[in-house]
Design a protein around this ligand. Structure first.
Ligand code: ATP
Ligand code: MG
Length: 563
């Protein structure tokens, strides 16, 4: 089974970046815009990256410009080809396309080197031979100015010679660095002679052993933007102080001047959106991998059943601001619920089964009832669902000691089995330990289709499965990764200690026959339970279903109860 998912209409809300672009186009500063999404291939993309992707690719789409996918691959120690491939897949999955505009910062190493030589010749860069520790000491603090390195006044010729020999591999890691010559007393610490190149004898996933010196992020980023003709270089607020250096490099070299603008990064409750932290969860085995459905990675939430439309809707709704904020995870959940409510077929799955025998229903008889696949979308069709003497219902739909407001099944109570019959509970069967193992019920043949002819009303409608036809399914009930809204804010506990131990509950339930054949990635609603997605661990006849999200926010209810 596969299913078509409709594409949400393209959003184009106004925000401060769009205002800047509008003005740049109006004034003639630019005639077209170029943006870029520049991931470092050192991990999988997460929801924070989705914000940047939707922003950059969305602007290019709406303004008829282009958005480059550029791998910011200047740190050979942490980067791998596996991450490059996953990033491409995730960007595509989100619905964006970089066309011909695929770039790697590592393709610019030669140009970056030439520009560094130029800076040395301009007396704007020098080779420093202090150790990393000494450089840190000389840098000063936010309140204290830095001090010049004793190597700062090396002659241009000596600098050129040393820099060439750094490249040639004559020195070990850490022996020298190339630094910009700016101002050790600058109020902006970033401007205190930042390092531009460092020695690192390491194999790079693309350039192999060609290089043993590697350029730093701040130096690489602005020049890469400039080489590619990026007009608006959008990054998160942490880089605000780096903008001065971004401008300094391009101005000093006289290169095409891309402009950097900062926006607030995405922060969300109940998850962490930092690659470094996510790597820790994966490497230390707290989750099953990058695509564990508890993870806020794109590959994780995809496996969980989130749709690209719902992520785009979420990013559009939270908007773009210049000040830091925290978005509640409920907003994301609401988006996926909304999209799946619209598109996912309604199916029956019993997550925690309880056996029901209809004692007055003929043995061996099977009736097929017609079910609508979507109550508001007749075009999604209907299907036949078998009914027989032995059924499964949801364990939670039965209560032995029911209170007045309990409308579901209880001893002596009558309920509707959706589209089938009214049934009444006559007897509760228990095992030696007192656990309920079966309910004995009767049905009213006059209520075929789920409606009584005498106008008798029942309040409860339950979902059900014919036991003989139901397919056993492993059901993975996912919940939030952390048990507190901000796991990084706790002063006494490490975020790892705040992982929600109930973020995954595995139960063994049943699904209707059609769902036994579904393809991984197939999404549907289990009626009355939530939205589910078929997991790649499924085998023919042995499906595994992941709960994407419940039908409503059960947490809000729990929280209310605790008040
Ligand atoms: P992390 O902090 O998770 O390690 P990063 O910034 O190091 O992320 P990059 O691969 O450098 O990861 O990020 C690529 C792009 O995605 C950058 O432009 C960065 O600003 C943006 N980005 C990363 N995290 C977020 C976030 N939480 N919200 C918005 N944009 C983000
Ligand atoms: Mg980064």
């Amino acid at each position: 089974m596969t299913q078509p998912i409709e594409t949400a209409p393209a959003p184009a809300p106004k925000n401060f970046i769009r205002e800047i672009i509008d003005e740049d186009l109006r004034s003639g500063k630019h005639t077209t815009i170029v943006t870029r999404f520049p991931p470092e291939p050192n991990g999988y993309l997460h929801l924070g990256h989705a914000k940047s992707i939707c922003l950059n690719f969305g602007l290019a789409r709406d303004y008829g410009g282009s958005c480059h996918l550029r791998f910011d691959d200047t740190n050979p120690l942490k980067e791998e080809e596996e991450y490059v491939e996953s990033i491409k897949a995730d960007v595509r999955w989100l619905g964006f396309d970089w066309g011909e505009h695929l770039y790697y910062a590592s393709n610019y190493f030669e140009q970056l080197y030439e520009h560094a030589v130029k800076l040395i010749k301009l007396d704007k860069a020098y080779v420093d031979s202090l150790s990393a520790e000494e450089i840190r000491e000389h840098r000063g603090t936010l309140t204290q100015p830095g001090r010049n390195s004793p190597y700062r006044e090396r002659g241009i010729e000596e600098n050129l010679d040393l820099f060439a020999r750094m490249r040639a591999g004559e020195f070990p890691d850490g022996a020298h660095v190339l630094r910009a010559k700016i101002d050790m007393k600058s109020a902006n610490v970033v401007m205190r002679d930042p390092t531009l190149w460092r020695i690192r004898h390491a194999e790079h996933h693309r350039t192999g052993n060609k290089w043993c010196i590697y350029p730093m992020y701040d130096y690489t980023h602005c020049i890469s933007d400039s080489i590619e003709g990026v007009t608006h270089s959008l990054c998160t607020l942490e880089f605000e102080n780096n903008r001065e250096l971004y401008d300094w490099v391009l101005d000093t070299l006289g290169l095409f001047h891309s402009r950097q603008y900062e926006f607030a990064r995405l922060n969300m409750t109940y998850v962490v959106v930092s690659k470094r932290k996510l790597i820790q969860l994966v490497k230390e085995g707290y989750v099953r991998g990058w695509d564990d459905p508890r993870m806020p990675t794109l590959t994780g939430i995809r496996r969980r059943g989130y749709t690209p439309e719902s992520i785009r809707m979420f990013i559009e709704r939270i908007g773009l601001a210049r000040s830091e904020n925290v978005v509640e995870i409920e907003q994301l959940e609401a988006c996926v619920r909304e999209h799946l409510n619209d598109t996912a077929p309604r199916m029956m799955g019993v997550v925690k089964p309880l056996k029901v025998t209809i004692e007055n229903y003929p043995e061996g008889q099977v009736e097929w009832f017609e079910f609508q696949n979507h109550p508001e979308k007749p075009e999604m069709g209907t299907r036949q669902v078998p009914f027989s003497r032995t059924l499964y219902i949801e364990r939670d739909d039965f209560k032995e000691d029911a209170h007045r407001k309990w409308f579901r099944l209880a001893p002596g109570k009558e309920v509707r089995l959706r589209y089938a019959y009214y049934v009444t509970c006559k007897e509760v069967v228990k095992d030696a330990s007192g656990e309920i193992t079966e309910l004995i019920c009767t049905y009213d043949p006059q209520t075929r289709g789920g409606w009584s002819q005498d106008g008798r009303k029942v309040k409860g409608t339950l979902h059900w499965l014919s036991a003989a036809h139901a397919v056993p399914a492993e059901v993975r009930l996912y919940d939030r990764l952390f048990s507190v809204p901000n796991p990084l804010a706790d002063k006494d506990k490490e975020f790892l200690e705040l992982i929600n131990p109930n973020a995954l509950e595995i139960v063994h339930g049943f699904v209707e026959p059609a769902l036994g054949q579904a393809e991984p990635g197939y999404r549907c609603q289990f009626e009355r339970i939530g939205y589910f997605c078929c997991d790649p661990d499924s085998r023919p006849g042995k499906p595994v279903y992941n709960r994407t999200v419940g039908l409503k926010d059960t947490w809000a209810k729990i929280e209310k109860k605790d008040e």
